[in-house]
Design a protein. Structure first.
Length: 133
């Protein structure tokens, strides 16, 4: 096989292994094994840096641990997913993370996007933070 063909095969295998790791992480998270789940998501991302489901899940994990810096970086990266259909949930969590860091300007920016996408809790928090002023 050509070098290019071998490289394509490796990329496909890494992508499949990444998806499998992401699925394992999701199952572990459902079992409340959060640390193990995070490790699975990290492994998935190391195999495929465009595994947006794993990136988002790891971002949500860090948000839950109140590590808002890591959460924001990962969740913003997950927004690059062309197939993301979460009705503003990711932007809401980013806005919430910024508000926890007392960064009102960025909190309002992302909460506004979540509100425009009709995410249920976004408008209430947007108004509570007085973002419209």
């Amino acid at each position: 096989k050509s070098i290019l063909g071998q490289l394509d095969l490796k990329v496909n295998i890494d992508s499949l292994l990444s998806k499998a790791q992401s699925d394992i992480g999701t199952r572990l998270m459902a079992q409340r094994k959060k640390e193990e789940a995070a490790q699975a998501f990290e492994k998935a991302i190391s195999l495929d840096s465009t595994n947006y489901a794993a990136i988002q899940s790891l971002g949500l994990y860090y948000s839950g641990k109140k590590d808002f810096e890591k959460a924001i970086v990962l969740l913003k990266k997950s927004l690059k997913n062309p197939n993301l259909k979460d009705n503003g949930r990711t932007e809401f969590i980013i806005g919430l993370s910024y508000s926890a860091k007392y960064d009102l300007a960025n909190a309002c920016k992302y909460l506004k996007i979540a509100k425009e996408k009709k995410y249920p809790k976004a408008e209430r928090l947007y108004n509570r933070l007085s973002c419209s002023h």
